[in-house]
Design a protein around this ligand. Structure first.
Ligand SMILES: Cc1cc2nc3c(=O)[nH]c(=O)nc-3n(C[C@H](O)[C@H](O)[C@H](O)COP(=O)(O)O)c2cc1C
Length: 156
């Protein structure tokens, strides 16, 4: 039976917290996007932001075979009012044309065009409504927020 997969990038660990909750509820497999040249918390604001503005695709270090998965969660942080470059690399590198995609992301306060651009760039069989997790949600209500979204979009 096809399993679900959670694909994510997380620089400072907040998106990883969402992944942990998703994993608890779904028992999906997990794949963390790792880069050949990882960003640091300093270079994210210099090189990373420049990469966002130029649609750059940083090289991914680790491979994944997606053939066993038909439902894929894909998430990362908002950078510069869009999704972070490693997410761009992933959705451009892999053929997702036969997958149902469940987008999620974390942001301090403003996702900008993150999910609009994601829906445009990610060529999927089906694109679900995104899960948006703001910084405030981490203090209280993360599990409930994820559960409500899963009930609506994933667990039918
Ligand atoms: C380079 C950079 C740019 C960011 N740009 C935004 C932004 O445009 N809007 C926003 O709300 N938060 C922005 N943030 C904050 C992150 O989206 C937020 O802290 C996120 O939850 C971090 O996720 P992570 O811990 O998984 O890396 C930015 C953070 C970094 C490092």
């Amino acid at each position: 039976m096809a399993k679900s997969l959670i694909v994510y990038y997380s620089l400072s660990g907040l998106t990883k917290k969402v992944v942990d909750v998703l994993k608890n509820f779904t028992d999906a497999d997990i794949y963390e996007i790792e880069l050949e040249k990882p960003y640091s918390k300093l270079t994210a604001y210099t090189i990373g932001l420049a990469h966002c503005k130029t649609d750059y695709e940083p090289a991914i270090k680790n491979e994944i075979d997606l053939s066993n998965y038909d439902k894929i969660f894909i998430g990362g942080p908002a950078w510069c009012f869009t999704y972070a470059p490693p997410i761009h690399s992933f959705i451009k590198k892999y053929n997702l044309g036969d997958k149902v995609i469940y987008p999620f992301g974390t942001a301090t306060s403003n996702f900008g065009n993150y999910f609009e651009r994601f829906a445009k760039e990610c060529k999927a069989k089906e694109m679900k409504k995104p899960l948006k997790v703001f910084k405030s949600t981490f203090k209280d209500g993360l599990e409930d927020t994820v559960k409500v979204w899963l009930d609506e979009e994933y667990i039918k």
